[in-house]
Design a protein. Structure first.
Length: 140
């Protein structure tokens, strides 16, 4: 997923506000770190990350000038959509973004993580799929 956060940052970087009199480029580092965190969260926790682009934009918007806000949002939106699709495609094949098999999100009665494969586009396996409905009754 590294390439996604790098490409967001690469496109945003020229528009980041410079800190006055500060050569440490703290703003740049904050933007890069926010991109990395958002992409990582998208990859590992996509079911609970409802609006990745908007969340990331809110985190970094303070580091862009007024006239760069729209552009920053568009860059973030485009790249996060690509990253989402990438994660989603892998999930459909039962894989995480790095190619390892997906696992059901449930915990077994013995307290160990369930090792079964989740249903397509779900976070639980067939025996735990009731958890999906219990946890998200308002999803519709
Ligand atoms: Zn399970």
């Amino acid at each position: 997923m590294y390439q996604f956060s790098r490409s967001i940052y690469r496109e945003l970087s020229p528009h980041v506000l410079e800190d006055r009199g500060d050569r440490s480029q703290r703003n740049h580092q904050r933007v890069l770190r926010a991109c990395e965190a958002a992409v990582e969260r998208l990859a590992s926790d996509r079911h609970y990350f409802a609006r990745p682009a908007r969340t990331l934009f809110h985190e970094v918007r303070a580091y862009f000038p007024m006239q760069g806000q729209l552009l920053a949002y568009q860059v973030i939106n485009r790249h996060m959509a690509l990253a989402s699709r990438y994660v989603e495609l892998h999930a459909r094949e039962g894989l995480t973004f790095d190619g390892s098999p997906l696992c059901c999100n449930a915990t077994t009665r013995k307290g160990a993580p369930c090792q079964r494969l989740p249903l397509p586009a779900a976070k639980y396996c067939p025996s735990h799929k009731h958890l999906d409905e219990e946890l998200e009754p308002a999803a519709a």
